[in-house]
Design a binder for this molecule. Structure first.
Ligand SMILES: Nc1ncnc2c1ncn2[C@@H]1O[C@H](COP(=O)(O)OP(=O)(O)OP(=O)(O)O)[C@@H](O)[C@H]1O
Ligand SMILES: [Mg+2]
Length: 472
């Protein structure tokens, strides 16, 4: 971390000198100004981390400087120093946003403590701000398809109420994100959001997870445990994979929903809880009911507000904004320069059938950001399974020249993919790049894997101008 830079604004040279000695000795970088005007200019130019400001100065006095500094930069910590330590100056300085007020003559300890506190509080505030920002970005719902807009509208309607919500949809479509968004936009947002994955907890433990237990209530219960429902009191409990609960657990959950009370295992006492329930499942609960695996009465309790999140293949318009969002996000996260993506690569991503939905798309983008070397992500940078269908469509009349260009290598000009030969070459190049990558660009190994002599592979690399350096 760079040294904190401290600007001292004081008209008395001896004071500036003694502060310089003290602050540099303590490891700060020292800047100084003899007038308010000069100080303001330095703040603009040097962006100090903290200002130590004298009140009584000829020309512009400290309180006026303080006010102007505040208007320039509301988060810059300012410690005011005054020889005429009347209470009223101190009060006024604080009102104008000074972090602290020190009287002259000052003990160096007093100054150092004040500086340290001011710098800490600033750092804390900065950290909180970037943390909050990070959380917001992480929980953003991206996409502008009409079906996602419908989901968002439902989220908006459900959020301020206490009604139970049942979120359905395939794996990776964003059910958890929807649940968290509802919580964050509800009156309970300051309370807890407690998540329970009903499928991940062994059946014999799920009751004690949900409802808690008293010490010694069963073998292995060495300590008393507070259940998730109690933990979520006044907040939200998110019952994920709710379709995977046993019949016994279903009955108990139903009881909590009906009566608002839980009973710890091994305890006769019931505890009132006030919890909002959001449930999610990728099962079709109506079908589960028909097969006798899910209680109908529980279903109706849960599905007061049903929200269905459609799979990505039903809203391909969302792919482009999602890809951009995740390219940005992972570039920042991994400290790599922002990249662009070619229209043909984006097109291939939009056409792919994402079985794992947004989670799979997100992982793919993350891998591309990390693995691709260049500034641009093109077809060749996409994973095999995503790229190949595009090779077919790339051979059709609707293909853009970009697909061909990237596939046939630099310098091949604007040839359109129109002939069978062009298509074959196109596909061959992609195949080779993919295999080379799989084998870590080891030529002998790749040649062996694809069953061709090494010399032939070299010839192909030459022909298509493929090399590890141009890859990505
Ligand atoms: N609309 C969206 N915008 C941005 N990111 C999204 C969106 N939808 C989902 N995601 C992200 O996709 C990933 C998967 O979402 P989530 O965990 O909410 O899915 P899920 O439906 O709960 O999946 P599963 O059924 O497998 O538990 C998460 O990283 C989530 O942040
Ligand atoms: Mg989930």
């Amino acid at each position: 971390m760079p040294l904190p830079r401290i600007l001292v604004i004081d008209d008395e040279a001896p004071i500036r000198d003694s502060l310089k000695m003290m602050l540099e000795y303590e490891g700060y970088e020292f800047l100084s100004a003899a007038t308010g005007q000069e100080g303001l200019a330095l703040v603009e130019r040097e962006a100090p981390d903290l200002v130590l400001l004298d009140v009584k100065m000829p020309g512009m006095d400290g309180l006026e400087v303080l006010e102007r500094l505040r208007n320039m930069n509301e988060s810059l910590p300012i410690v005011v120093v005054s020889g005429h330590g009347t209470i009223s100056t101190a009060v006024e300085a604080t009102k104008k946003g000074a972090f602290d007020f020190i009287e002259k003559p000052f003990a160096s300890e007093r100054v150092l403590v004040s500086l340290r506190n001011a710098l800490d509080s600033r750092q804390l505030r900065d950290e909180n701000r970037s943390l909050k920002k990070a959380v917001e970005v992480r929980h953003q719902m991206i996409g502008d398809s009409s079906s996602l807009k419908q989901v968002m509208a439902a989220v908006g309607r459900a959020a301020p109420t206490n009604a139970t919500v049942l979120i359905t949809g395939e794996s990776g479509v964003g059910k958890e994100l929807v649940a968290r968004t509802i919580h964050r936009n509800s009156l309970r947002s300051r309370e807890r959001f407690v998540q329970v994955n009903c499928a991940a907890i062994p059946e014999e433990l799920i009751e004690s997870e949900l409802f808690g237990h008293e010490k010694g209530s069963f073998t292995g219960a060495t300590e008393k445990q507070i259940g998730k429902f109690e933990q979520a009191d006044r907040g939200t409990i998110f019952l994920d994979e709710v379709g995977d609960m046993s019949a016994k657990t279903q009955a108990k959950v139903l009881r909590v929903l009906q009566e608002g009370e839980v009973e710890r295992l091994g305890s006769a006492r019931t505890v009132k809880v006030e919890v909002r329930v959001i449930a999610a499942t990728n099962k079709n609960l109506e079908e589960e009911i028909e097969k006798g695996r899910f209680r109908e009465d529980l279903y109706f309790r849960l599905a007061v507000i049903p929200i269905h999140v459609p799979p990505l293949r039903e809203r391909p318009e969302d792919v482009a904004p999602l890809v951009r969002h995740y390219m940005d996000y992972f570039s920042r996260e991994n400290n790599v320069r922002p990249k662009r993506i070619t229209p043909s690569a984006l097109d291939a991503l939009a056409k792919h059938r994402w079985r794992g939905n947004i989670r799979e798309l997100r992982n793919t983008v993350e891998r591309m950001i990390i693995m691709s070397g260049g500034d641009t992500i093109d077809l060749a940078d996409l994973p095999d399974g995503v790229r190949s269908p595009a090779a077919w469509s790339g051979a059709g009349a609707s293909s853009g020249p970009a697909a061909q260009k990237s596939a046939s290598g630099e310098g091949s000009g604007e040839t359109k993919v129109g002939t069978l030969r062009e298509f074959k070459e196109n596909a061959e190049r992609m195949f080779l790049v993919g295999k080379l990558r799989e084998n870590g660009w080891n030529i002998s190994k790749t040649a062996e894997v694809i069953g061709t002599p090494r010399s032939n592979l070299y010839k192909k690399l030459e022909q298509y101008q493929i090399s590890q350096e141009t890859d990505g």
